[in-house]
Design a protein around this ligand. Structure first.
Ligand SMILES: [Zn+2]
Length: 384
């Protein structure tokens, strides 16, 4: 069977192309431009939004990972996530939510972070629970940086991991996996009978920019993430929006393997998200033609928006001190206070709701800059 026709979640031969998904520029998850974003499809059996696993896409993803440079602009440190009032790392925001979800985390235990990257979540967890034994897993032989309390980082395949764990975390990993359900099944041998599996993924409804990431094979929504976890034999204990723009799930052993039949009725409209991306790109292009134009933010959204508005983008601006004074896509990155142009227009590269909250803060802090926000979506999915 042609692999581009098979749903990567449920295995049915029922993929259907998604409207408005053409002409979307591709970005790698380490924030580089990529010439091809893949072909998007939705499974009419389970509702899962995904990329068709063509030979070209698989080849591209292998190339992306072989040259991977996470957070290269910030010297390998984790991006800050921007709140209205303060900037914190995603790991600390997640840890706060995890502690609310798992009431009474014991004093001691064993945790492994699958796809631990540079160890930022392990570090956050170790700071909060110093008596825990912490472990990490990475496909490549990246070593967790600055995590003194880590016992071991396993590399290669899941088979190399020894022992069992009270908490297994997977933060922004499952969307990269070619066979998500099989991958999750492989975790049963790692989790203690009363252990907890914690999974976090992006969500295209609240963050449409997720759709532009080439090496995200899956674009989960709450129902399809629950489907993956249930189909792999885990039981879902809690699911919610953990931090803005993302979805998370807490699960344990003891799943019934019974998959609810109603998933085809998943209602999140990915077409609205693609439509919004097109409108944001058109809006940015229109504004960029009117004078000196900059983009606020150098992560996925800012990189993507710049690629859609090139060559009329003059600079980036970012409040993260690690990024200031550097170049991104060959353009300078300024602190908002140091933007050297009068009457510059700066586009806030964030999902609509987030950008309005950020706009309110920035327009007070940096009144010399004219900030612009992306169009909002009304209930019908139209830009307003
Ligand atoms: Zn499916």
């Amino acid at each position: 069977m042609d692999p581009t026709r098979i749903c990567i979640l449920c295995g049915a031969d029922t993929l259907s192309d998604i409207r408005y998904s053409d002409d979307i520029a591709g970005i790698t998850s380490d924030c580089k431009l990529w010439p091809y974003s893949g072909r998007y499809a939705r499974c009419t059996t389970c509702g899962h939004v995904q990329k068709r696993l063509s030979g070209r896409l698989i080849n591209d993803i292998e190339n992306i990972y072989s040259n991977y440079e996470p957070y290269s602009l910030s010297n390998g440190d984790e991006h800050l996530i921007f709140h209205e009032s303060a900037n914190i790392t995603r790991s600390y925001a997640l840890l706060k939510r995890l502690k609310l979800a798992i009431k009474n985390i014991p004093q001691e235990g064993r945790l492994i972070d699958i796809g631990c990257g540079n160890g930022s979540f392990l570090k956050a967890f170790g700071d909060a629970c110093p008596k825990w034994d912490l472990f990490g897993f990475e496909q490549s032989n990246l070593r967790a940086k600055g995590v003194a309390a880590v016992k071991e980082i396993y590399c290669g395949s899941l088979d190399t991991i020894e022992g069992t764990y009270d908490i297994v975390t997977m933060i922004h990993v499952l969307e990269h996996v070619f066979e998500p359900v099989n991958f999750l099944r492989g975790l049963h041998t790692l989790i203690n009978p009363a252990g907890v599996l914690f999974i976090q993924t992006p969500f295209f409804k609240t963050n449409p920019f997720d759709l532009t990431i080439v090496d995200h094979c899956s674009h989960f929504q709450p129902d399809t993430l629950a489907y993956a976890v249930n189909a792999a034999g885990f039981s879902t204990t809690l699911q919610e929006d953990w931090i803005a723009k993302e979805i998370g799930i807490v699960a344990g052993e003891g799943g019934s393997n019974q998959i609810p039949a109603a998933y085809a009725a998943v209602t999140t409209s990915v077409e609205q998200s693609f439509l919004w991306l097109h409108k944001v790109a058109a809006h940015a292009r229109e504004l960029s033609g009117q004078g000196t134009f900059g983009i606020f933010g150098t992560a996925i959204a800012g990189t993507w928006l710049a690629s859609m508005a090139m060559p009329q983008v003059n600079f980036f601006t970012d409040e993260d001190p690690q990024k200031q004074g550097k170049e991104h896509l060959g353009l300078p990155v300024f602190h908002p206070q140091s933007v050297p142009y009068k009457d510059a227009v700066v586009y806030l590269a964030f999902p609509a709701e987030t950008s309005i909250a950020i706009y309110k803060r920035l327009s007070v802090s940096y009144p010399q800059i004219k900030f612009c926000v992306p169009p909002a979506l009304n209930a019908a999915g139209d830009c307003v």
